[in-house]
Design a protein around this ligand. Sequence first.
Ligand SMILES: C[S@@+](CC[C@H](N)C(=O)[O-])C[C@H]1O[C@@H](n2cnc3c(N)ncnc32)[C@H](O)[C@@H]1O
Length: 216
Amino acid sequence: MSSDNLEYKNRIKQNESAAEAYTARKAKKNEAEMALVKKAFDRCENIETVLDAPCGVGRATILLASMGFKATGIDLGDGAVKVAQRELEKSGEKATIEVGNLESLHFGDQAFSAVLCFRFYHHLPNNEIRQKVISELCRTAKDYVLISHFSPYSFTSIKRLIRDKLKIKRSIQHATTLASLTKKFESCGYQLLEDIPQARFFHTLHLAIYKKQYTL
Ligand SMILES: C[S@@+](CC[C@H](N)C(=O)[O-])C[C@H]1O[C@@H](n2cnc3c(N)ncnc32)[C@H](O)[C@@H]1O
């Protein structure tokens, strides 16, 4: 396995303490990210079932359940799944959380009205694995795929790039253009509906909504 791929695999939250650290993220950051997810779902129509992949410690799965969707969260990390199940129970919401791999999802075609893939794509080190994951998301969704990505045209991305080039801090997060992301979705029969930035030109995080195109 290449060192890039190994770096991505190392980020799987297998143990509970690594997963717990994610629940301790700054409240303001968490709120802003969940507001972005909510805003994107408010733009979609007729959603009943949602897959949150990967769910990490379950924050978006819980939000989606609270919005009235039948939500399922999957993550490859056993630790993340355990913590997410605990967080779900604490929240009082109802959802399903289980182990699953985004490179090969264990659900049938069009099993969910929408699939959310939040804060994951920027970890993927090359185009081959990016296309593999996108194909799986598109196969499993009936109508929408909502996917976050890191824009290269932002203060944060430029700062990371300079640090990386000057060897001050190596960046393991990959910014990609919206055009390259859209091309991959188009090859799976999806079109861009909207791309929502968290804070345009400042934060790197964007959430893009892709809609399946059905031909009559
Ligand atoms: C940065 S976290 C984001 C989690 C969640 N979407 C959120 O925003 O809170 C990334 C998660 O991806 C999981 N992960 C890494 N590779 C995976 C894979 N191939 N399939 C499923 N989950 C994976 C990790 O275990 C980790 O919990």
